[in-house]
Ligand binder design. Structure first.
Ligand code: KIV
Length: 259
C-alpha cells in the first residue's frame, strides 16, 4: 500500500474522511484545500451531459475530465471511476485501468460491485493498481434506485461482499444508499474505511456530488444537502454584466488597450 493510500486508511476510527466529486480543474483546485479524497465520478454523465444513466459514459470522457481534475489536485487522493463495460473481465479491466492510471496520473480507480468483480479487483491489486470498492446502489447496473438493506438477506449479502472486497485488497469502499444500521455494521465489520453517500453518519467518511452541494443541480435526493446557491450567484453576475454592456458601462477605458 503506498503512503497516500495508507494515510486515508489510517483515518479510520480517528477522523472523518472528506470526499467530493470533481469533473474539472477549477472546481477541483478549490476542493483540494478541504478534501482528503477527490473522486472523478461517472455521475458526470447525468450531471454534465444529461445522460439517462451512467452506462453512456465512455472511458475517453472519464480520461479527459480526469486530466483536467489532475491539474487542480495537488494534495488529495484522486480516484477515477471506471465506467460501465470497461471492466467485464480481468484482462479488460487491467488494460483499461492501466490506461486510466497512465493518462490521468490518478492515484487509483473505483469499481462498482461485490462478488461478481472479485477476480477483477484481485487482478488490479496484484498489478499495483489501488482500487476503491462501491456497494449498495450500483448506478451502472441497478434497475431500481431503492436504498439497500431493508431486507435481511440483502444486508447479509452486503456484509459478506464488503468483507470479500476487503480480503482482495480494496483500500476503501463507497456505500451508496445503505440503510443506517447496516452501514454501522459494515463499518465495524471491516478494517478499511467506508465512505457513505446516503448511508448515514455511521460511515468513516462522506462523499457528495459537488454540483448538488453548491446548488448547481436541481437534485431533490433525500441525502443531498445544499450548502450554497452558486447558480444564483452566477445568474446575478451575468445579469449585471448584460446590463452594463447594454448601457455601455462595460468595458471602461481601464479594460481597453490604447496605442
Ligand atoms: O459517480 C459518482 O459520483 C459516485 C459517487 C456518488 C460515489 O460514484
Amino acid at each position: 500500500m503506498n503512503k497516500k493510500i495508507k494515510k486515508i486508511v489510517n483515518k479510520k476510527n480517528k477522523s472523518k474522511i472528506i470526499c467530493l466529486t470533481a469533473y474539472s480543474k477549477n472546481v477541483a483546485s478549490i476542493l483540494d484545500k478541504h478534501c482528503d479524497l477527490i473522486l472523478v465520478g461517472d455521475s458526470l454523465g447525468s450531471v454534465l451531459y444529461n445522460y439517462k444513466s451512467t452506462k453512456e459514459v465512455t472511458l475517453d470522457t472519464m480520461i479527459n475530465h480526469s486530466k483536467s481534475v489532475r491539474l487542480g489536485v495537488k494534495k488529495s487522493l484522486m480516484i477515477v471511476d471506471m465506467p460501465y463495460n470497461t471492466y467485464r473481465t480481468p484482462k479488460e479491466a487491467l488494460k483499461n485501468a492501466k490506461l486510466v492510471m497512465k493518462k490521468t496520473k490518478c492515484d487509483g480507480v473505483k469499481l462498482e460491485g461485490g462478488k461478481k468483480i472479485i477476480s477483477i479487483v484481485k487482478t488490479l491489486v496484484k498489478n499495483r493498481i489501488p482500487v476503491m470498492g462501491h456497494v449498495g446502489i450500483l448506478p451502472q447496473t441497478d434497475k431500481k434506485f431503492f436504498f439497500k438493506g431493508k431486507k435481511q438477506r440483502e444486508g447479509k449479502r452486503i456484509l459478506y461482499e464488503t468483507k470479500l472486497l476487503e480480503k482482495v485488497g480494496v483500500f476503501s469502499i463507497v456505500l451508496e444508499c445503505v440503510e443506517t444500521k447496516l452501514s454501522k455494521q459494515v463499518t465495524k465489520h471491516i478494517k478499511i474505511p467506508t465512505i457513505g453517500i446516503g448511508s448515514s453518519a455511521n460511515c468513516d467518511g462522506q462523499v457528495l456530488v459537488i454540483d448538488d452541494l453548491i446548488g448547481m443541480s436541481d437534485s431533490k435526493l433525500k441525502f443531498v444537502k445544499r450548502y450554497a446557491d452558486v447558480s444564483k450567484i452566477i445568474d446575478g453576475a451575468v445579469k449585471k454584466y448584460k446590463s452594463e454592456v447594454k448601457k455601455k458601462q462595460f468595458p471602461k477605458a481601464k479594460h481597453s488597450f490604447k496605442s
